[in-house]
Design a protein around this ligand. Structure first.
Ligand code: UDP
Ligand code: MG
Length: 316
């Protein structure tokens, strides 16, 4: 029987740490699954890290990683997966929106030989109309790129060590974990679960941060938006052709040209198309710049094991 590593990213989750540890432990002990828990504190500003140290004191199976600042959920997941020692690894949210009761089912699927077990949302939980529409667009773009339906995908997954190693080998700094696990392939299956209400604390996302996150992930996963420029360009070219024909007809039929409005419209239209396109290209260049800098995905400040805290040495 293999060991299951459960990776839990946590950012300002002081209210949740002890609870999530307790629930996960209960579920796994009850189904006799050997486990370890890796809690990654993503540079929280509250007492999350103290809570994690405390938890690691009570349970030898719990280890903690503390970032030097907030690096984002994806980085926390990558750090947790790199530190995990199990034969298979699960990733779940700290707020119990991903039900731990599903872990045994996923684990048994892994034992049957599946290497990537995706948690699929059966309902999307509570969200506003605009949020729902934008999320729909986002996932449609991402699905086209990964060739799988990502609409109900989430970060709740269980992966074989081999799949995790493939993911960790990818050189890009900006990883979108949810899509990357599809991208690496392997023998995949799905488990559906219901998104629960957050049990304490609040969502770490604001509309703005989520929008930026979506844009970044689209840009780092697909070049499709660049094609929009070509489409816009072709459209405005067609439009100007029509206008040209129209003006020529006007000219030859002897009508006076008073096309000030037309010219202004065309100018504005083309001007804005060019600016939007430039902005889009700028977005890609920014991402390329980020990747080229080749900075580490995260900086670990401290680690905790068995209640002992160790300062992390930074390799040269
Ligand atoms: N999270 C993180 N770093 C961040 C933001 C969030 O590690 O910068 C963690 C957070 O602690 C939680 C998970 O990511 O375990 C999902 O966050 P949240 O519940 O706020 O997102 P939502 O469920 O609203 O999408
Ligand atoms: Mg949540």
């Amino acid at each position: 029987m293999g060991i299951l590593s459960v990776v839990i990213p946590a950012y300002n989750e002081e209210l949740m740490i002890s609870q999530v540890c307790k629930v996960v432990r209960e579920v796994l002990v009850e189904s006799h699954i050997p486990y370890e828990l890796i809690l990654v504190d993503d540079g929280s500003k509250d007492r999350t890290w103290e809570e994690i140290i405390k938890a690691s004191e009570h349970d030898k199976q719990i280890r903690g990683i503390h970032f030097s600042r907030n690096f984002g959920k994806e980085s926390a997941i990558v750090a947790g997966l790199s530190a995990a020692r199990g034969d298979c690894m699960a990733v779940m949210d700290c707020d119990l929106q991903h039900p731990p009761e599903k872990l045994p089912e996923m684990f048994h699927l892994w034992e049957k030989g599946y290497e990537v077990i995706e948690g699929i949302k059966s309902t999307r939980g509570k969200e506003g109309v605009l949020h729902h529409a934008l999320a729909g667009y986002f996932y449609r773009i991402m699905s086209r790129e990964t060739h799988v339906d990502m609409r109900d995908a989430s970060d709740f997954k269980l992966l074989d060590r081999r799949a995790v190693e493939s993911i960790l080998l990818l050189p890009e700094r900006n990883m979108f974990f949810r899509a990357t696990s599809f991208w690496v392939g392997y023998k995949t299956t799905q488990v559906s679960y219901e998104v629960k209400e957050r049990s304490a604390g609040q969502s770490k996302w604001t509309f703005g941060s989520l929008f930026r996150y979506a844009l970044t992930n689209i840009v780092s996963f697909t070049a499709a938006p660049l094609q929009i420029i070509t489409i816009l360009g072709s459209a405005s070219f067609l439009f100007s052709l029509l206008l040209l024909i129209y003006s020529l007809v006007q000219y030859f039929t002897g009508h006076a040209v008073e096309g000030y409005t037309t010219i202004l419209t065309v100018l504005l239209f083309i001007g804005s198309a060019v600016m939007v396109s430039l902005g889009l290209i700028g977005f890609y260049i920014a991402r390329i710049y980020e990747e080229v800098k080749h900075r580490p995905r995260f900086i670990i400040a401290e680690t905790a094991e068995g209640g002992r805290v160790r300062k992390q040495e930074q390799d040269s």
